[in-house]
Ligand binder design. Structure first.
Ligand code: KIV
Ligand code: ZN
Length: 511
């Protein structure tokens, strides 16, 4: 059996099903390009039948992202499969991923089908997909709660109909590592033709076991793992790709398996996904959390300084976290700034570089040392941003325990500067109300979240918020950074309003 494990990334499909996440086509394309650089084998770009937006995103990724298989999800019905094919057909390596549930719970309550009907429908779906492409994945939804003998029959029939990858999802995150390993072995021993296909697993994290279950499955013989960056996905999420990959690499002595992932791209991918989905990464998250390589205890710090491997099982550089000694500050010139951008992997146009340098200087006036994280934040949040109808010119806040919070906000629209003031329940509320007076839109703040990008008292704060126009449910996410959290809130609010205005004017979201 081959020792290569294929990595199937579903950040853009299952990951996008995370509550509150909605990516537009441009954001999906940016993530897909980064996933290709990361070296995943398959990108599941979306579920084309679900909306025109999803169809467009899958089809753009299929046309533009090379060197990777692009999959589109489809139920087993003809309309889904035809639509998935339409979306992926221009990919270098297109895949149709079709699924039907196999557990009795789903058969009785959801599908209202007999076991025979499920087999017939699965076979018809796989055959239809094979009519379009030689790369067809079949998933037995809720497989881990299905009767093993019936599941083997479904899988056997799907293979006979032409499936080339068979996926065994733990759809509700119910199984345990030992049980799942036995289950996978049961499928391998009980299914005719299984040796002809790649056996895949797709684990959800409801009990926090998605990565452990996926790893148990590869030890039992599976050779494709499905997951999402930062472990995002439906409910508690999917197996985290970065944890799977780094486990296989760090413990290659036990697994003896390899992937095609370029681990040095992990950190950048994780940051990008967090930024565009608005889902922040918990500080103690394995591999990519802010604290994953931070040593707090004196004994640990002493040990790491003497010999890194005393308390570090992975080298942070392996996942792309750089520890540069060169500190940039207010005396640093354009040349040093440009060199650091290149080291961090950014290639900016002259215009973007100028803008970034101005923001860098503004920040350096307020903050003694500018770290790599600060620079990444400037570029990712401030430079490559939505076309701006409004820009924040200035902000004045009056707030305290005994006064009504008041904000004075200045926004520019082209050459014109407009100022308004408003009171609110708190300073952020006051800022939003003052901004609304200028823009003429009346929005409610659906969520507001702050995280510190860097350490120290002068840390950069990043605000991620979501707004919706009053009486509508359509959410727009905005982000803003500053050493001042109220300024970061104002920037984030204006960013979200700009996205909303863009979509209204152009009839489509920002690309
Ligand atoms: O969790 C699941 O079962 C899925 C399938 C569609 C593969 O996401
Ligand atoms: Zn899933």
């Amino acid at each position: 059996m081959s020792n290569r494990v294929y990595i199937f990334d579903t950040t853009l499909r299952d990951g996008e099903q995370s509550p509150g996440v909605s990516l537009n086509a441009g954001e999906k394309l940016e993530i897909a390009r980064q996933l290709a650089r990361l070296g995943v084998d398959i990108i599941e770009a979306g579920f084309p039948i679900t909306s025109q937006g999803d169809f467009n995103a899958v089809s753009t990724i299929a046309r533009e992202v090379r060197g990777v298989t692009v999959a589109g999800l489809a139920r087993t019905n003809p309309a889904d499969i035809d639509r998935a094919w339409e979306a992926v057909k221009h990919a270098e390596q297109p895949r149709i991923h079709t699924f039907i549930a196999t557990s009795d719970i789903h058969l009785q309550h959801k599908l209202r089908m007999s076991r025979e009907q499920v087999i017939e429908t699965a076979v018809a779906g796989v055959k239809r997909a094979r009519g379009y492409t030689s790369d067809v994945e079949f998933s037995a939804e809720d497989a881990s709660r299905s009767d093993l003998e019936f599941l083997c029959r479904v899988v056997e029939n799907a293979i006979e109909a032409g499936a080339t990858t068979i996926n065994i999802p733990d759809t509700v995150g119910y199984t345990t590592p030992d049980e799942f390993a036995d289950f996978i072995r049961g499928i391998m021993n009980g299914t005719k033709g299984i040796e002809k296909v790649v056996l895949s697993v797709h684990c959800h994290d409801d009990l926090g076991l998605a990565v452990a279950n996926s790893l148990a499955a590869v030890l039992a013989g599976a050779r494709q793992i499905e997951g999402a960056i930062n472990g995002i996905g439906e409910r508690a999420g999917n197996a985290s790709i970065e944890e799977v990959v780094m486990s296989l690499y760090t413990r290659r002595d036990r697994y003896g398996l390899e992937t095609g992932v370029n681990t040095e791209e992990i950190y950048r991918t994780s940051k990008l996904v967090s930024k565009l989905t608005g889902m922040s990464i918990q500080p103690n998250k394995a591999v990519v959390g802010k604290n994953a390589f931070a040593h707090e205890a004196g004994i640990h710090q002493d040990g790491v300084l003497k010999e890194r491997t005393t308390y570090e099982i992975m080298n942070p550089a392996m996942v792309g976290i750089s520890h540069s000694n060169l500190v940039l500050g207010k005396h640093s010139g354009r040349h040093a700034f440009r060199s650091r951008l290149v080291e961090l992997g950014f290639s900016l146009s002259d215009e973007e570089l100028n803008k970034a340098f101005i923001r860098f200087k503004e920040m350096a006036d307020r903050k003694k040392e500018i770290s790599d994280h600060d620079i990444e934040a400037i570029v990712e949040n401030e430079i490559r941003k939505v076309p701006a109808t409004y820009e924040l010119a200035y902000l004045h806040i009056s707030s305290g325990t005994t006064i009504v919070p008041t904000a004075t906000v200045g926004l520019t629209q082209g050459e014109e500067l407009v100022e308004e003031a408003a009171c609110g329940n708190g300073p952020v509320d006051a800022i939003c109300k003052a901004a609304d007076k200028i823009t003429g839109y009346h929005c409610r703040l659906a969520s507001w979240e702050i995280s510190a990008i860097t350490a120290g008292k002068d840390a950069l704060g990043e605000v991620t918020l979501r707004i919706a126009e009053n009486n509508t449910d359509k959410l727009y996410m905005g982000r803003g950074i500053s050493t001042d959290i109220l300024e970061a809130s104002a920037r984030a609010y204006v960013n979200a309003v700009n996205k909303m205005i863009y979509e209204k004017k152009n009839g489509k979201p920002v690309e």
